[in-house]
Design a protein around this ligand. Structure first.
Ligand SMILES: *Cc1c(COP(=O)(O)O)cnc(C)c1O
Length: 381
């Protein structure tokens, strides 16, 4: 059966192909070798013979992710930021980039750095204002539009299809940071995006024990060849042992994601009714401004990421996090264990994130234990 005929759940559970052709191993061996011998005619046996250029463990992991996203090719990097910074290396000198003003702060900091160096010109648009993405574009000058959806940490939703149309009309490509949705609910390439990015550290791996990033392309073009070349030359591919861990994590991607989504929905409804909570930001709630687009764009659950505003200020939100006993007060997201984080502490005073915002990455625990923990932490305020 071709991979196109298989559903994503099956592709993930089998890590693309369940059985190793050479040995019959149901779990593939990890190729740790840094170099590969040539044959008796001095020809390489594989398409690459040095680990930094590629290796069988890397390829299987990449092919699994490409199949999940519905693209012809994926490239794995040593971290999400390695993938992001490599992609921005392909923007021509002096060209224009548009991106949302609220997004993953590492990406925003990097774009501002490139702008400060005169390497790119940059427009940050407010995705909550209709038409602001279109207004940010400069026809013939904008090279790349970067969006994130849902947006970290307000979980605002950007319409990928409309963003792709606008980017293409201006002669730019659209790249989507889909870390918070992980192919389970949204496949940005099918909605017109040119490149999809994941911090694979998050949902794809799902066990808070791997650092990895991935780009998937809609087309094998010159830019993609440049990304591949840059990854090799800058020395940024993911190492084989990490690829194996990532592949193991991805086998359960769908059940993890669905459980986290169900838990998150229940928690969002609970928090929305709580008198100690000013506002809940979760795209699954009808009260969320992005709900209508999310309902169209996210097929099967709204994910495990949410934020809420504690009644009070900076200190109240921080103290709330210290009172949690089950939910772990830690950064990152997409793991099986729930994490809570006071975002302003992490992002610093220059961040536009509200002082009283707490972000929760909902895990796969029993939802009653999570709600009881939130209840006692809120009661202590
Ligand atoms: C974590 C994260 C990144 C950066 O990825 P790393 O794997 O930490 O380098 C980028 N975008 C989003 C939305 C993230 O959550």
């Amino acid at each position: 059966m071709s991979n196109e005929a298989l559903r994503p759940e099956t592709i993930a559970a089998h890590a693309l192909r369940a059985v190793d052709e050479a040995t019959g191993a149901v779990v593939p061996p990890i190729y740790t070798s840094s170099t590969y011998a040539r044959d008796e005619n001095y020809r390489p046996k594989l398409k690459e013979n040095y680990v930094r250029n590629g290796n069988p463990t890397l390829w299987q992991t990449e092919e699994t992710i490409a199949a999940l996203e519905g693209g012809p090719s994926a490239l794995l990097f040593a971290s999400g930021m390695a993938a992001i910074t490599t992609l921005f290396e392909t923007v021509p000198q002096g060209a224009h980039v548009a991106a949302p003003d609220i997004m993953y702060y590492g990406t925003r900091d990097w774009l501002k750095r490139l702008e400060g160096l005169g390497r790119i010109s940059l427009t940050l648009f407010n995705p909550e204002t209709p038409g602001s993405l279109e207004a940010a574009l400069q026809k013939g000058r904008t090279d790349l539009v970067w969006i994130e959806t849902p947006l970290n940490p307000t979980w605002g939703v950007i319409d990928i299809e409309a963003a792709a149309k606008a980017a293409h009309a201006a002669g730019a490509i659209l790249a989507v940071d889909a870390t918070a949705t992980a192919a389970v609910t949204t496949q940005p390439l099918k909605l017109g995006a040119d490149i999809v990015f994941h911090s694979a550290t998050k949902y794809l791996n799902g066990h808070s024990d791997v650092l990895a990033g991935v780009l998937v392309t809609a087309a094998e073009n010159q830019r993609w060849a440049d990304v591949r070349m840059l990854r090799t030359k800058m020395g940024a591919p993911l190492a084989p042992l990490e690829c194996f861990l990532l592949m193991r994590g991805m086998r359960t991607l769908f059940v993890r994601y669905r459980q986290a989504s169900a838990n998150a929905m229940a928690i969002a409804r609970y928090l929305e009714r709580h008198p100690g909570v000013e506002r809940v930001l979760y795209p699954g709630l009808v009260s969320h401004p992005g709900h209508a687009i999310a309902a169209r764009q996210m097929r099967d659950g709204f994910g495990g990421m949410m934020s809420f505003l504690v009644k009070g200020g900076f200190d109240d939100a921080q103290r709330f996090c210290t009172r949690l006993k089950v939910i772990v007060p830690a950064t990152s997201l997409g793991g099986v264990e729930s994490l809570a984080e006071h975002r302003k502490t992490v992002e610093g005073p220059s961040s536009p994130v509200p002082d009283n915002l707490v972000r929760i990455s909902v895990g796969i625990e029993h939802v009653d234990d999570l709600i009881a923990d939130l209840e006692q932490a809120l009661a202590g305020s």
